[in-house]
Design a protein around this ligand. Structure first.
Ligand code: RP5
Length: 252
């Protein structure tokens, strides 16, 4: 849904608008005569060490490609005649990579760091620099990095100002995976999409009580937030929060 928004230009572009795709036209199996989405890869992606080459035929899809995980949680995906991977969820109204670095799945890791406070379930949320939306701290998994290492690294970078706090090792040892799969990210395109591994770290022993949150990297602010259904969050993060709340018996 969020990657089919035709009401505003694609993130950080002035004039790139998605081709309108209605719900019925989403599946690749549905014939869509006249489907002519713009082909857009942002200049900011070109030549970056974290990005793929412009020619997708240089990538080994559906496998671990020299430390780059190109396997989708949703099973093998196919490529079009130009060798571009096809989004397993269907059409998005935009070809190319947009602002994403990888053709095909772009793997991220998200950390829901939580505690009970005053009878309420709280988690650490950040405000993203790019869209201004509230989000769970998280980010892209680096080449050769595991999801479990990335999730902790990203939390430290975005919510602890990059400072490693020794006593939190105890917290990091007790993570529970709550989701693995596709993310409804506004950057997704027909040929590049986000997938995430979301891990919950619940502080039951007050380890975080005297820890000052400090936004860093992609985050403008970081704060404790009560899990509630009123929260408007980035991408699929509201679904992730409701999945995590369910694990504590709270229906959002
Ligand atoms: C979302 O984008 C993921 O759930 C993750 O939170 C985030 C990763 O992208 P960056 O924060 O690195 O831009 O789809």
């Amino acid at each position: 849904m969020k990657c089919r928004d035709t009401t505003k230009p694609y993130l950080r572009s002035d004039n790139i608008f998605r081709f309108y795709v209605n719900d019925v036209q989403v599946p690749w199996a549905t014939k869509f005569e006249g489907y002519l989405p713009p082909d857009y890869t942002a200049k900011s992606v070109e030549g970056k060490p974290w990005a793929d080459p412009p020619n997708p035929k240089e990538c080994a899809f559906n496998k671990n490609d020299g430390g780059i995980n190109r396997i989708s949680f949703h099973g093998p995906y196919t490529c079009d005649e130009e060798g571009r991977p096809l989004n397993p969820m269907g059409r998005t109204g935009l070809r190319g990579r947009g602002t994403l670095g990888r053709w095909g799945p772009n793997h991220a890791a998200d950390a829901i760091v939580s505690k009970m406070a005053g009878g309420q379930l709280q988690f650490v949320a950040i405000e993203r620099h790019d869209t201004g939306e509230l989000a769970i701290p998280g980010g892209m998994i680096d080449k050769g990095e595991s999801a479990s290492a990335a999730v902790i690294r990203e939390f430290i970078e975005e919510a602890l100002g990059g400072t490693t706090i020794e006593k939190l090792t105890l917290l990091w040892k007790n993570g529970h995976e709550i989701y693995k799969g596709y993310v409804d990210d506004p950057r997704n395109t027909d040929n590049a999409w986000m997938e995430t591994t979301c891990v919950n770290f619940h502080d039951t022993s007050g380890l975080l009580d005297d820890v000052q949150l400090k936004a860093g990297d992609d985050a403008k602010t970081a704060r404790w937030t009560t899990a509630s259904k009123e929260l408007k969050l980035y991408a699929s993060h509201a679904q992730l929060v409701s999945l995590f709340a369910k694990a504590y018996g709270i229906e959002l």
